[in-house]
Design a protein around this ligand. Structure first.
Ligand SMILES: *[C@@H]1O[C@H](CO)[C@@H](O)[C@H](O)[C@H]1NC(C)=O
Ligand SMILES: *[C@@H]1O[C@H](CO)[C@@H](O)[C@H](O)[C@H]1NC(C)=O
Ligand SMILES: *[C@@H]1O[C@H](CO)[C@@H](O)[C@H](O)[C@H]1NC(C)=O
Ligand SMILES: *[C@@H]1O[C@H](CO)[C@@H](O)[C@H](O)[C@H]1NC(C)=O
Ligand SMILES: *[C@@H]1O[C@H](CO)[C@@H](O)[C@H](O)[C@H]1NC(C)=O
Ligand SMILES: *[C@@H]1O[C@H](CO)[C@@H](O)[C@H](O)[C@H]1NC(C)=O
Ligand SMILES: *[C@@H]1O[C@H](CO)[C@@H](O)[C@H](O)[C@H]1NC(C)=O
Length: 785
């Protein structure tokens, strides 16, 4: 203790006398703790030194700054004058000395050595030695250390590859790893990850090498699941050596791949009709890079050149003109947005299509019905299969284009989709179609053909026929039937004699062909007259009622019926209905004669049989049918026509058409028999009844006179004829072009008579005397009476 005190006092004395000679042992001084002062190169730094005297009464006499082991102070403050403010500063003439200045501060508390523009050379341990007037010298040690900037951060990815520009790409939902590494730096730098001023990761992950941290400082950023929020972000890695160190920043823009966030199909219209295009639009956004859009129908890619896709930075729109058919109803339309860079970065939207279409109709027989075995009396059920959307409103059935109505009593049952026909008849044959309609339209099925099979039956109109036969005549009896199937029809013939005995007839006499059988039959005896029956059978069965031939003795035919006249363009037509032919083939004859009502003929030629009054016809027509066209009639004359039928047994009674007159002017002849002058105006006769009556009376008188004269002439002529050859009679050939009654149906008086026939037949030649052109109209009226 005493030794120490002695040394201290000694030291003070020495220092007081000669500060250059101060002898502080290095070992001693090195034991003093050194205060660490950080500085940045180029900045200024202040090294503190407490100059406060231990006792207030004491005062600082000298402040000396040493650096490192140097024994020469680099800076001195001589305060021996008493006041620090006015003390003498002195610095070593070197770099450090020049830029150093000791700031006294106030109250001695904050005295420090300020070094401007500090450099790495200035690092070291500084010692501040303070000498007091009456107190022992104090030493302070300051360790001046310059901050060392770390290197620029280097970024590595998970694969250990250096990231030079943009980081990534990183996939949404996957992890992100970036390692930021700096080398060097003093104090040990902090390496941190930031985004937009926010700290992401402040934990340094420096590897520990051999129990000590190495040269590198590393911060590994790990994000477990990348979110959309990171899209477009810029990360920063900051390295900073101590609080004084300037941060060294490395920016890393991120490339983030995003899945499409939203995809949506929008259709133009709610109701889709088959065959009509519908606009479909698919929008997606949120994908990065922009998504590609793919359309699928029922899982199959739609390849349509009309698809238009528009890509923006992160949205895509695709438009499609979709044409669907009825088969596409209930199918799924899919819009798939896929990020081409993002495996599995797919988002889909599905829409089930509801396609409206007109019914597609299929008609067929219900199960269990065989179209080949349908027979009369069977039931039949038809089914109408309708494929439509929406469901059909109506289903109707047609039979040969006629609507089928539900009719329980008629055995026709129309249910929603079926048609039941009870107890089929032949009338049910034909085509059945089913028609369904809905709001979109109408559909018709193909026809279902119903061929009824049925046993043979007589062809209509051939059930019973009467055949007139002559003795020894060979008849061909033709039996015609209808049957389905018609290719396997067999025939047999029976004879029902007058006694009621039924005998089979030899099949050898029959020639069968298809649906007809022709039987050669000869009436040899009276007993051969009777009824022949023709029976046919096919695979369905035997004919129920035979076709009958009543073989009766042949008769004369019956007269034709319902004869009528008609003026046609070029001829007068006579048309009748045939009467019974008496069992033999008949034909028809029409004879034209002069009217019977005219005055007794000038000539009454006798026929071969010597029948008086049967004048030969003016003309005659024959026809297989009772239809005649007459060209031989002349205007202005009145005729009687007789129509009759003729067969091998003889001719029928005639039908008489009387007072047939042809309108038009008569042939221009100046005959003696004329009553009126041609030139006499018609009006006089028709309008002036008084004059007419007078004329009529005169005419009658004149006519009577003429008749008398005529008789006289006839007598004369007869006498003359006895002597000479007869003069040529004026025949019908002399007549000029005939004209006819107007084109209207004329109902003539028709008489059926045999006894009076002769009396209606008159001589044609009397007509000459009846040329009365002025009375034509009245005669025409007569025709109707
Ligand atoms: C010394 O300087 C300090 C601070 O500038 C001041 O407060 C003090 O009065 C001065 N002393 C003298 C003696 O000038
Ligand atoms: C600081 O020191 C360096 C090196 O000695 C010198 O180049 C520089 O000019 C100085 N700066 C100032 C402001 O004195
Ligand atoms: C000064 O401080 C630095 C940093 O702590 C240290 O590395 C160095 O060894 C110190 N110097 C002395 C002489 O203590
Ligand atoms: C990209 O998508 C986001 C939504 O994920 C949206 O907010 C943004 O506006 C879009 N950007 C562009 C350029 O369309
Ligand atoms: C129903 O059928 C019966 C028998 O065919 C027929 O007489 C009747 O007129 C039909 N009713 C209707 C409403 O058609
Ligand atoms: C045969 O003729 C008789 C009398 O004419 C008739 O009663 C009977 O039904 C006929 N038989 C046949 C099979 O036609
Ligand atoms: C008969 O018909 C023909 C043609 O239509 C016509 O020219 C003629 O005048 C008619 N005859 C009478 C008398 O009307």
């Amino acid at each position: 203790m005493c030794g120490c005190a002695v040394t201290l006092i000694f030291a003070i004395i020495i220092l007081n006398g000669n500060y250059l000679g101060a002898d502080d042992s290095i070992e001693f001084q090195n034991k003093l703790p050194a205060k660490l002062i950080w500085a940045v190169e180029g900045d200024h730094v202040e090294l503190p030194c407490d100059v406060t005297p231990p006792r207030p009464t004491d005062s600082v006499s000298m402040v000396l700054w040493f650096k490192d082991d140097s024994g020469i102070p680099l800076y001195s403050l001589d305060a021996r004058g008493g006041v620090l403010n006015n003390s003498v500063h002195a610095a070593l003439v070197n770099d450090l000395g020049k830029k150093s200045f000791f700031l006294v501060g106030d109250g001695h508390q904050r005295a420090r050595l300020k070094i401007a523009n500090v450099t790495f050379n200035d690092q070291g341990v500084f010692r501040c030695r303070v000498d007091f007037a009456n107190s022992p010298t104090r030493n302070y040690r300051v360790n001046l250390t310059l901050v060392e900037q770390p290197t620029n951060p280097v970024i590595y990815d998970a694969q250990g590859k250096e990231v030079t520009g943009i980081g990534g790409p990183f996939l949404e939902g996957y992890d992100l790893f970036l390692s930021c590494q700096v080398a060097g730096g003093r104090p040990k730098p902090s390496v941190t990850w930031w985004r937009d001023g926010q700290l992401l990761d402040g934990v340094v992950d420096s590897p520990i090498v051999n129990g000590a941290s190495g040269k590198f400082t590393v911060n590994q950023l790990f994000v477990g699941s990348v979110t959309r929020a990171l899209w477009g972000a810029k990360l920063e890695c900051r390295a900073q050596a101590g609080p004084l160190g300037k941060p060294v920043v490395r920016e890393v823009p991120l490339d983030i791949y995003l899945k499409p966030a939203v995809v949506k199909i929008v259709l133009d219209t709610e109701v889709i009709y088959a065959g009509r295009p519908v606009g479909a639009r698919c929008e997606t956004w949120g994908s990065s890079p922009a998504a590609r859009i793919v359309w699928m129908l029922d899982g199959n890619l739609i390849r349509d050149p009309s698809i238009v896709s528009t890509q923006r930075s992160n949205s895509t729109v695709s438009k499609l003109a979709l044409v669907v058919g009825r088969e596409d109803d209930a199918k799924e339309l899919t819009c798939r947005a896929e990020n081409p860079r993002f495996p599995g970065g797919v988002l889909e939207h599905q829409k089930v299509l509801r396609v409206s279409y007109a019914p597609v109709v299929l008609a067929h027989m219900a199960k269990g019905y065989d179209p080949e075995t349908l027979r009369e009396g069977d039931d039949l059920k038809l089914v109408c299969e309708v494929d439509s959307n929406p469901r059909p409103d109506t289903i109707t059935w047609y039979h040969d284009e006629a609507l089928i109505e539900h009719n329980v009593t008629g055995g026709t049952l129309v249910a929603s989709e079926t048609l039941t026909l009870r107890s089929l008849t032949l009338a049910h044959s034909g085509e059945y179609i089913c028609v369904a309609s809905n709001a979109v339209g109408e559909g018709r099925s193909h026809p279902v053909l119903i061929h009824m099979k049925y046993a043979p039956r007589c062809r209509e109109g051939y059930e019973v026929r009467e055949v007139g036969a002559l003795r020894q005549e060979s008849l061909s009896l033709r039996c015609e039937v209808e049957a389905v199937p018609g290719d396997t029809v067999r025939f047999s013939w029976t004879f029902n004699g007058t006694l009621g005995d039924v005998l089979p007839l030899p099949g050898t006499k029959a020639r069968n062909k298809g649906l007809t059988s022709t039987f050669e039959y000869t009436v040899k005896a009276e007993s051969d007259f009777g009824t022949l029956a023709c029976w046919a059978s096919n695979s369905v069965g035997r004919q129920r009622r035979p076709c009958l031939f009543n073989v009766v003795p042949a008769k004369k035919p019956e007269p034709p019926l319902d004869c009528s006249l008609r003026n046609e363009s070029s001829a007068l037509e006579v048309n009748c209905v045939p009467g019974s032919d008496g069992g033999l083939r008949q034909h028809f004859v029409l004879e034209v004669r002069g009217a019977s009502g005219s005055s007794t003929g000038l000539h009454t030629p006798q026929n071969d049989q010597g029948v008086v009054g049967e004048a030969p016809p003016i003309c005659e027509a024959r026809n297989q049918r009772p239809f005649f066209q007459l060209h031989c009639l002349e205007a202005g004359f009145e005729y009687t026509m007789s129509v009759f039928a003729v067969n091998e047994k003889g001719r029928s009674d005639p039908v008489l058409l009387e007072n047939v007159r042809i309108a038009g002017p008569p042939p221009d002849r100046t005959e003696k028999s004329k009553i009126y002058n041609n030139d006499e105006p018609l009006e006089v006769i028709t309008s002036k009844s008084a004059a007419y009556s007078v004329v009529l009376v005169v005419a009658l008188i004149g006519g009577a006179a003429l008749v008398l004269v005529g008789i006289g002439i006839m007598i004369g002529l007869v006498i003359c004829r006895r002597r000479n050859s007869p003069p040529p009679s004026p025949g019908p050939d002399d007549f000029t072009t005939p004209t006819y009654v107007p084109a209207q149906r004329i109902e003539p008086r028709v008489k059926y008579s045999s006894d009076r026939r002769r009396s209606y037949r008159t001589s044609l030649f009397l007509e000459e005397s009846r040329h009365e052109p002025d009375l034509l109209q009245q005669v025409e009226l007569d025709l109707h009476s």
